[in-house]
Write a protein of this length. Structure first.
Ligand code: PEP
Ligand code: MN
Length: 337
């Protein structure tokens, strides 16, 4: 349920509404928009049915939100959420590309990729320090050493760092190095982890669980936002279907769908969706045409030598061609690249 305050409400009116909600055992989430102040009632709002909030001073109207997710819903907030990270925005008119290797393997390789990306005007560098691998015998990531490498490259290039957090115990350390904290597909419903990043003041890139419905995905975003961290970026990365020719099936219809259901930015990761380099560029272009706010693409200087996800990684040269092609598509849908 959301409570829309009148344009001329006083701070006492607002306080009274908040106190009333808290007395009922609910939490109040206040959002000061450009034209309106809105209070979200968080908790089991059924108890509010009998409470005449509408007659309280300063209250314009009370609107029930029908979806199970509240704060992330379009009903709650009409304007797009634009996340500003050091002057680079995600969710607005800029098309942001996050690119880099699947994992940080060593300093030289990441430096090599970073300098080619930087030349193309890419602002966000990705690289895994903690890798969620299917096999315990596969490369698990360099951990803290990888974070230090990324931090150094950040200093050298000014690029912003995107890296995955897998374990709440590493949250403080990862948050210290990352500009955007990635939550991977396998952890989309790790609710302890979501609560943890909800309490950190860093943007969170929340990947769709490979078997998650849109509703479940948005409920996971709600976990983060309800803790107070409103900087959530949704990332479609393909879902499991019966098809085996591609690693996953890229569900591009979620882009326009999410734009209706939520105000959060939506980006697309074609690399993990298709799992093969030859299909990455066409799906990246399709994602931008569908209205994505950005892309996440794996790039490796020598994909055949990559320690993880080599088959889906683009070479810097192929990536350069893609960025070139994307400019016209971005322009056609009103985005700047
Ligand atoms: C990744 O980005 O390297 C990754 C592991 O992604 P996902 O969680 O989508 O599999
Ligand atoms: Mn990967």
């Amino acid at each position: 349920m959301i409570i829309v305050m009148t344009p001329d409400h006083t701070s006492e009116d607002l306080q009274r509404v908040v106190r009333r909600l808290e007395d009922m055992g609910l939490r109040a989430h206040i959002s000061h928009g450009e034209h309106r102040t809105i209070v979200g009632a968080i908790g089991d709002e059924r108890i509010l049915r009998e409470v005449p909030l509408e007659s309280m001073a300063g209250v314009e109207k009370v609107v029930p939100i029908l979806t199970p997710y509240k704060l992330v819903s379009r009903e709650f907030k009409k304007e797009d959420t634009i996340i500003n990270i050091n002057g680079h925005t995600i969710g607005g008119s800029e098309l942001q590309i996050i690119a880099g290797p699947c994992a940080v393997e060593n300093r030289e390789t990441v430096e090599e990729v970073a300098s080619s990306l930087k030349r193309l005007g890419i602002n966000f560098l990705r690289g895994g320090a903690f890798k969620p691998r299917t096999s315990p015998y596969s490369f698990q990531g360099l951990g803290k050493r990888a974070l230090e490498i990324m931090a150094r490259i950040r200093e050298e290039t000014g690029m912003l760092i995107v890296t995955e957090l897998m374990d709440p115990r590493d949250a403080v350390m990862v948050a210290k190095y990352a500009d955007i904290i990635q939550i991977g597909t396998r952890n989309m419903q790790n609710f302890r982890l979501l609560t943890e990043v909800g309490n950190i003041e860093k943007p969170v890139l929340l990947k769709r669980g490979m078997c998650a419905t849109v509703k479940e995905w948005l409920m996971s975003a709600e976990y983060i936002v309800s803790q107070g961290n409103e900087k959530v970026i949704l990332c479609e990365r393909g879902i499991r279907t019966f098809e085996t020719e591609t690693r996953n099936t890229l569900d591009l219809s979620v882009v326009p769908l999410l734009k209706r259901l939520t105000h959060l930015p939506v980006i697309v990761d074609p690399s993990h969706a298709v799992g093969r380099a030859d299909l990455v560029a066409p799906m990246a272009k399709a994602a931008v045409a569908a209205g994505a706010d950005g892309l996440l693409i794996e790039v490796h200087p020598r994909p055949e030598e990559a320690w993880s996800d080599g088959p889906q990684s683009l070479t810097p040269k192929a990536f350069e061609q893609l960025v070139d092609d994307l400019r016209t598509i971005a322009e056609a849908v009103g985005k700047k690249l």
